[in-house]
Design a protein around this ligand. Structure first.
Ligand SMILES: Cc1cc2nc3c(=O)[nH]c(=O)nc-3n(C[C@H](O)[C@H](O)[C@H](O)COP(=O)(O)OP(=O)(O)OC[C@H]3O[C@@H](n4cnc5c(N)ncnc54)[C@H](O)[C@@H]3O)c2cc1C
Length: 438
């Protein structure tokens, strides 16, 4: 059976790895000149910067990703390390909360800070533990985070716990899917690790493990040929190729623009995809910070400003500063206005950051706007994680890995959840539709 994977980001690579294990030899189509997508890292002025991977949960012994790394022989290829005392430091209403590498320690810390909420905290953690199991067979918990937080009275405690929504939906999103929240929160508290070499190391490890897949870079799919509810072929670089099955890991809204159909149900399906809400986009500053920063810093205000350290370079911290940003702020500017706006915004955020904490000198090496993200990944309005992982959309959207076409499957950050964990789980669910032929 011939399988085409559209998109060579981390999701496309994981799908290929899983299909190979089942006996398939898939073909990956990637529009850029290299695979890895948003997960990749890049060199500028000889410094390695990370784009879409700084750290991940679920990597402690026995957790989901750890087990997967073991099963696919990636453990020897990747060097993991723990954060010293806390992986995240949260600056919230004039207080700093350091999030420890342990769910029980975190729970106890919360009970100390918010003694009047002891019972509600215990109950909340129990609910989180129940829904934290990552397995294809576990039923989805369809509640919103807000609903499970109903017993909390203290606003600050709620805001603090809402921190974990920033990894899969948006800043302190009350309506985030609780199912994904619980999985991410517990897997991070008990298993957050850094990976030496950043996202590029993971991309290289998976790519080098692929033995039977064909990777076609600079191969942008421009159209799918359909007949009723079947995809017959795809078009790229002036060629038409036929496959038996297609796994799309690109943004579903981008995908829908590549398919023309006369079928009413299919068109309704695409209308529905178009109506789904997106995560916000980001403005990113890639820089060298004089002070050594060991863990991830989140300064919560109207917009959260995060400082994510990657590694040390000549005694300085290589870091990415991220701030939520609207695509339309940059969408309609001419070249010089765009350049000016980018420089002004950068100066504004650096100034703000210097007031928030003592960072010493900050040397800006590169900047990216929502437009950069959009051009690079071909998503929708440069959205950070694609489709918003809200409770409402998880119930209503039914963007299941099996599409309305007989032989088209959906994976990638938009389907289950973003991040290494979401993409890996999404790839497992989608490749589960493919019989073992090895
Ligand atoms: C700033 C930022 C920080 C992040 N930090 C973390 C983190 O610390 N930890 C973590 O786990 N996750 C993090 N994430 C999330 C994680 O990076 C993403 O969820 C993940 O990389 C998405 O992978 P994907 O393969 O699903 O999508 P993508 O990476 O978008 O891959 C899709 C691929 O498809 C290609 N493509 C698009 N259209 C076509 C076409 N028509 N034909 C062929 N190819 C096409 C694109 O070029 C791209 O390579 C972060 C994301 C961002 C943006």
């Amino acid at each position: 059976m011939k399988v085409a994977i559209i998109g060579g980001g981390i999701s496309g690579l994981i799908c290929a790895l899983m299909l190979e294990k089942k006996g398939y030899s898939p073909t990956i189509f990637e529009k850029n000149s290299a695979v890895g997508g948003v997960f990749n890292s890049f060199f500028k002025k000889g410094i390695l910067f990370d784009i879409g991977f700084h750290y991940s949960g679920s990597l402690a012994k026995g957790q989901y990703l750890d087990t997967m790394f073991e099963y696919y022989n990636l453990k020897d290829k990747l060097k993991l390390s723990k954060y010293d005392f806390a992986f995240d430091s949260i600056y919230l209403d004039d207080k700093i909360f350091h999030i420890p590498n342990n769910s029980i320690a975190f729970k106890e810390m919360l009970k100390k800070y918010f003694p009047q909420e002891k019972i509600a905290i215990e109950k909340f953690f129990l609910e989180c533990l129940k829904s934290s199991i990552i397995s294809i067979d576990t039923p989805i918990d369809h509640r919103s985070l807000d609903k499970v937080m109903i017993d909390f009275k203290d606003i600050k405690l709620k805001k603090l716990l809402q921190h974990f929504t920033i990894f899969f939906s948006k800043q302190q999103h009350k309506q985030a899917s609780f199912d994904i929240y619980a999985k991410i929160m517990i897997s991070m508290l008990d298993g957050t690790r850094k990976i030496k070499g950043g996202g590029k190391a993971v991309v290289d490890a998976i790519k080098n493990s692929l033995k039977k897949s064909t990777i076609k870079t600079k191969s942008e799919i421009v159209e799918f040929i359909t007949e009723e509810k079947t995809i017959k072929a795809l078009k790229y670089n002036g060629k038409t190729e036929k496959y038996d099955s297609y796994i799309s890991t690109i943004h579903p809204k981008t995908l829908s623009q590549l398919i023309r159909s006369e079928n009413r149900n299919i068109n309704r399906y695409f209308q529905h995809i178009k109506s789904l809400e997106e995560t916000p986009s980001v403005f990113a500053i890639f820089c060298l910070i004089e002070k050594e920063i060991k863990n991830n810093l989140y300064f919560y205000d109207k917009k959260c400003l995060s400082v994510l350290p990657s590694r040390q370079h000549n005694g300085k911290t290589v870091a990415t500063i991220l701030i939520e940003c609207d695509y339309n702020t940059y969408a309609n500017l001419d070249k010089s206005a765009y350049k000016e706006k980018k420089a002004n915004e950068c100066a504004k955020y650096i100034k703000k950051l210097k007031k928030l904490a003592d960072f010493g000198n900050i040397e800006v090496i590169d900047i990216s706007t929502p437009l950069t993200k959009q051009r690079y990944s071909n998503g929708y309005n440069g959205s950070l994680y694609g489709i918003l992982c809200s409770n409402k959309q998880k119930i209503l959207s039914m963007l299941t890995p099996k599409s309305r076409f007989d032989n088209l499957y959906l994976a990638g950050e938009n389907i289950i959840a973003p991040g290494l964990l979401g993409c890996w789980f999404g790839a497992e669910i989608v490749t589960n539709y493919f019989k073992d032929i090895a």
